[in-house]
Design a protein around this ligand. Structure first.
Ligand SMILES: Nc1ncnc2c1ncn2[C@@H]1O[C@H](COP(=O)(O)OP(=O)(O)OP(=O)(O)O)[C@@H](O)[C@H]1O
Ligand SMILES: [Mg+2]
Length: 293
């Protein structure tokens, strides 16, 4: 498979009271068509910065991105975006929220065909019975399902997800990871997901991009996830290779995210050992894995 997304020498400089801050420097990444890639790194290293440039919500200071042979210049419906909270219009039902984008993208289709597209994705994410409810009548997890349905319903060239399950309790997170994986299996959209969660990254991804600590963060190491698809969480959790790869990711976050930048752990933008990220990773390791096949 050839490269579908080419991110070349991407850099981002923010003006700050102390002068220009180069948050990301020479970030290079190639993504194949239909590949699911995760971006993992310390809080504040620049993951969302990279994702928002890809989404066209922020300009690169230098470097560029090519998607399906075309240079990206701004936002567009060719990229479906899912953030931590889905920002739904509160006066519209789930169906109407999804229809908003569908109406724009499939404007040559009939009203009935567009309605069927929205309904299909709402049913697949498990909202068959709730599609005519407004956001206030939906739980946080249900709202995030609407956000996922909305992104897929546009049939985008690429899916961009920024910690899509970060605000959810762990059971709902597991459920929605499965929903995302099932949808992705049907569509094989090219996807880039930012996450803090090593288990989420291992469960969903073909490759995991580990970002170094900032400032001037870049791609540190890349982990190929070898598990065959379709994946089942229970089987993964019984595979010793899973724990070896998990340890490799945690080891990167604990040490190499810093040392690759010539820092000692605790320097730079990353919060260092004892920080939230590290504490969270350690507590995840200690936690009893919840399996769901
Ligand atoms: N508009 C801005 N102006 C100045 N600095 C910014 C701006 N946006 C982000 N930054 C800085 O850029 C760095 C990277 O931020 P970014 O949001 O990309 O991090 P992140 O890796 O997504 O972190 P988290 O995991 O906490 O979401 C941070 O140090 C942040 O303070
Ligand atoms: Mg972020």
């Amino acid at each position: 498979m050839s490269d579908y997304v080419e991110i070349s020498n991407l850099s981002k400089v923010f003006p700050t009271p102390k002068g220009p801050l180069r948050v990301v420097k020479d970030f290079n990444l190639r993504i194949r068509r239909g590949e699911f890639v995760s971006l993992i790194g310390h809080s504040g290293c620049g993951k969302s910065t990279v994702l928002s440039i890809l989404a066209g919500l922020s300009d690169a200071s230098s470097g560029g991105i090519i998607l399906a042979g075309k240079e990206l210049t701004g936002p567009g419906p060719d990229r479906g975006v899912v953030f931590q909270s889905p920002t739904l219009l509160p006066w519209m039902t789930a169906m109407e929220n999804v229809m908003l984008g569908v109406d724009q993208v499939f404007y040559t289709a009939s009203r009935e065909e567009r309605r069927q597209i929205a309904e299909y994705y709402l049913v697949v994410v498990g909202l068959g019975d709730a599609m005519h409810k407004r956001p206030a009548e939906l739980s946080q997890g249900m709202r995030q399902r609407v956000g996922i349905a909305r992104a897929f319903a546009l049939s985008p060239k690429m899916l961009l997800l920024d910690e899509p399950f970060g605000m959810l309790d762990s059971l709902t997170r597991f459920e929605l990871q499965q929903v995302l994986l099932d949808l992705w299996n049907r569509n094989r959209l090219t996807a880039l997901m930012v996450t803090h969660d090593v288990d989420e990254a291992l469960f969903l991804s073909d490759r995991i991009i580990m970002m170094t600590n900032g400032p001037e963060a870049e791609v540190g190491e890349i982990l190929e996830v070898p598990f065959a698809r379709p994946r089942h969480r229970k089987e993964l959790l019984e595979n010793p290779e899973y724990y070896r790869l998990r340890e490799q990711l945690i080891e990167f976050l604990n040490t190499r995210a810093y040392t690759l930048k010539g820092q000692t752990p605790g320097q730079g933008h990353g919060p260092g050992p004892g920080s939230n990220t590290i504490t969270m990773v350690k507590s995840m390791m200690a936690a009893e894995p919840v399996s769901r096949s």
